[in-house]
Design a protein around this ligand. Structure first.
Ligand SMILES: NC(=O)c1ccc[n+]([C@@H]2O[C@H](COP(=O)([O-])OP(=O)(O)OC[C@H]3O[C@@H](n4cnc5c(N)ncnc54)[C@H](OP(=O)(O)O)[C@@H]3O)[C@@H](O)[C@H]2O)c1
Length: 251
């Protein structure tokens, strides 16, 4: 029997929180996920509609193992005001014991794999320690989501991106020109390694092969024209022609 090619059973900590709420709603919206919130008995969090719940007690790790049994992934979004280190360690160990294959640890931050950032903002060291623990236990794998600061969240707090909109006041860092990476909550996830042009690629190829521009036959095309022609192929149902890749890459 063919096995499913996607994770369906997802447990989430913080399903009613700032970050977790968006993740939970997005998972439920796909219709492909069975989402269970691990929540405390005295929780005040309002959970998204459609999410199942399991009550856990962080002072009794066996409740975590029970709640996680049968889950394929554990997503952790714990409040910055909670004793994250202790709670996350318990969750990671419980996930290993319960046989949870994937963990999305409590990352949701600027790049905690960047030694320079971790050295300056030592709080992010905790995130690196969790990844190390998952590796050491060797029972689960992780996907650490490094999203920078959340845009809506950080814009709304005057001390974060510096804007006090009500009073039209801005605390500007230096000349305000330093760019940073930021992520919006309800969004597609973007993964890029670098920005590169065809000329950059050509330069790399020439460097590696020890060739020069004159050694290459460069045929120039108008990208708009190439797109329009390939779109025409598409509309005629000729998907298998080179029109397909031209269509994607000329856009
Ligand atoms: N990149 C950014 O700009 C940014 C911004 C905000 C947060 N973050 C990161 O995202 C993580 C989640 O933040 P958030 O703002 O989404 O958190 P949050 O909304 O304040 O809380 C998330 C959940 O934590 C649980 N919780 C609260 N206090 C607890 C306690 N004492 N013990 C155990 N669990 C407790 C609650 O779950 P239950 O009530 O269901 O038990 C709550 O729903 C943070 O740790 C931070 O690293 C990043």
């Amino acid at each position: 029997m063919a096995s499913a090619n996607h994770i369906s059973k997802v447990a989430i900590v913080g399903a009613g929180g700032n970050v977790g709420r968006f993740l939970t709603e997005a998972l439920l919206k796909t219709g492909n996920h069975d989402v269970t919130a691990l929540t405390r008995a005295d929780s005040q969090s309002k959970l998204p509609e459609g999410v199942k719940t399991k009550t856990v007690d962080y002072s009794k790790p066996e409740t975590l193992v029970d709640a996680l049994r049968g889950q394929e992934a554990l997503v952790i979004t714990i409040s910055g005001r909670a004793p994250i280190k202790d709670i996350e360690e318990k969750l990671v160990r419980a996930a290993g014991e319960a046989g949870v294959t994937w963990i999305l640890p409590n990352e949701w931050s600027p790049d905690s794999a960047d030694d320079g950032i971790v050295k300056d903002v030592f709080l992010f060291g905790m995130k690196a320690a969790t990844r190390k623990l998952i590796e050491e236990l060797g029972k689960s794998s992780y996907v650490a989501v490094s999203c920078g600061f959340w845009y809506e969240y950080s814009l709304a707090i005057a001390n974060n991106y510096g804007f006090d909109f009500a009073n039209r006041h801005l605390n500007m860092y230096d000349d305000g020109q330093t760019k940073l990476c930021t992520t919006t909550w309800p969004q597609v996830v973007y993964i890029n390694s670098f920005n590169v042009s065809q000329m950059d690629m050509l330069a790399s190829a020439q460097r590696v092969t020890g060739t020069k521009e004159g050694d290459w036959k460069i045929e120039k095309h108008d990208s708009h024209e190439r797109f329009d022609v390939s779109l025409k192929f598409f509309k005629e149902g000729k998907f298998k022609t080179e029109g397909f890749t031209n269509f994607l890459y000329s856009r």
